[in-house]
Design a protein around this ligand. Sequence first.
Ligand code: NAP
Length: 540
Amino acid sequence: MERLESYVAGAWSAGRGKSHELVNPATEEPIAETSTEGIDLAAAVAFARTEGGPALRALTFAERGALLRAMSRAAHAHRDALLEVAITNGGNTRSDAKFDVDGAIGTLAYYADLGAQLGDARLLVDGDGVQLGRSPRFFGQHILVPRPGVAVHINAFNFPAWGLAEKAACAILAGMPVITKPATSTALVAYRLMKIFTEHAPLPRGALSFVAGPPGDLLDHLGGDDVLAFTGSSATGAALRLLPGLARESVRLNVEADSLNGAVLGPDAAPGSETYAMFLRDVARDMTQKAGQKCTAIRRIFAPAEVVAAVRDDLVERLREARVGDPSQDGVTVGPLTTADQRRGVRAGIERLAAGAAVAIGGSGPFEAASARDGKGYFVPPTLLVAEGPDGAPAAHEHEVFGPVATLFPYDGSAARAAELLCRGRGSLVCSVYSDDRAFAAEVLLGVAPYHGRVLLGSEKIADQAPGPGTVLPQTVHGGPGRAGGGEELGGLRGLHLYSQRTAVQGARPILEAILGARGGARADGAAAGGDAADRGRRG
Ligand code: NAP
C-alpha cells in the first residue's frame, strides 16, 4: 500500500509507528497509509522561518507571482492524474473533482496575475497618506510588509487541492513561507499536488512544507511572528482558539468553520420565471455537488408560503434524477461521503432535523446506492426536509448536517422576515437572494450583510453567468462572522493582509515618499486587482 511522506526541512520523509489508513469511500478499500510520528516538526518550523522566509522576502511580488504561475501550470499539466486521485480518495465525481482541482489551478493563476501586476515592489502601500500636523510636512502612511514567521495552514477534508492552493497562494505572494497540512482522510490529493510542485515547480527551500497527516506538536512551536490559518469544524476551531500557547504568543489565527448558508426566493420570482429557475438550479446543485460536502452549500431554503409546495415538488423532481453511487462508474452524479463517521453524523443530523420537519425525499434509513458493491460505501441519498412553518425545524438553524441535505421553510414573503430567518444561522459564509425586485433585494441585503461574509443577489440579469453561491471566487472574500469562524480569506489583495503586518509610518512627507518610492511600494487597495485576472481562479 502506498505510504505518504511529509515534506519538511527541504526533504521528503515518512513517519514511523502506527499509521492512519486512507480509504476509497465508495468501496471502503484501503488505498494508502500515513503517519507523522517521529517527524521533527520543530525543525520544520525553524527551517521554514530561517530559510523559506528570507528567500521569499528577497523576491519581488512579480517574482513570487512567477512561482505561483509555475505551480498552477505544473498542476494543470498533471490535472488528469489529480482528478483520478480525487475520485478514488475523495469520493468525488469527475465534476466534483474538477471543482476542487481546477479551483486550485485557477486560484494560483489568479494570484500569479496579481503578482505580475504588482511588479517589482516588495511592500504594499495601504490607502492614501494623511496629513498629521499643522503643515502637510508631517505625514502618515500605512504600509503592509510580510510577517517574519511561518504560516501554518490546516485544511478540511473536502477541498484537499483548493484548500492547499488558495491559502498558499496568498501567503507566498505576501512573502510568508508555508507549512500546509491536509485532513488525514483525504490527504492523497494534497500529497500528489505537493509531489508535482516539488518536482515540476520547485520553490525556494523552506517556502512550502507539507505535513501528511495528524499535526503532532506542530502548533506548540508557533510564536508571535507566525500565522495559523485553519479550515474545518467549529469544534476544532474553538479548540485551537483555546490553546494556551497560541494565546500566550498572540499567534495570528484565522478560522474558517461551519456555516448554515441560506437561500431566499423573493415573492416576485414566480415559478416559471428565469430567477426562479436560477434559484432551483443553485439549490439542487448545492445539495448534490460534492455530495453536499461544501462549506458554502445551501442548507436552509426560504420560499413564500404560497409557492412552497411548488418549490418542494420541483426540487424533489430534480433530486430524484440524482444517481448516487461509486463515482468511478459511468452515469453517477453523486458520490459517497468521505468517511464512515461522516455518514453516521449525517444520518443522525437528518434525524435531528426530521424531529421538526417532514422528509420530502431521501432520509436517514439504510440506502442502497446504484453500482455500490456488496452494500459497501458511505452513501447518503439527497434529502430534502420541509418545515411546517417559518418557526419550525429549529435544529436547521443550529446544526450543520454536512451532506446532501437541506431544509425548506415557508415565510410570509416580506424582506424583513426573510432577513430575520437568514440571520438565525448566527453567522454564515454566504447567503443568496433570488429576486428582481430591487427594494426587496436591498432590504434583505442590508439586514443580512452583518451576518454573512458574502451575499449573492441572484436575478435574471446574471442567471446565465453566476456560478451559484457555492462557488468561491478569489476576487471576493471568503469567510464569515460568528458560527462561520470570523475569518476572512481571498478577496484579491485583501487575502495578503493575514500574512502581512500593517504598520503606520509617521514622518516628513518627502522622506516617507522617498523611502516608499525607492522600495517600490505598490498600492494595496485592490487597484491592481481585476483586469485580466478578473475571470481567473474561480473554484469550479
Ligand atoms: P475537522 O475535523 O475540524 O478537521 C479539520 C482539520 O483540522 C483537519 O486537517 C484535522 O486534521 C485538523 N485537526 C483536527 N483536530 C486538530 C487539532 N486538535 N489540532 C490541529 N489540527 C486539528 O473538520 P473536517 O471534518 O475536516 O471538515 C468539515 C468541516 O469543515 C465542516 O464543518 C465544514 O463546514 C468545515 N469547512 C469550512 C470551510 C470554510 O471555508 N469555512 C471549508 C471547508 C470545510 P486530521 O484530519 O488529521 O484530524
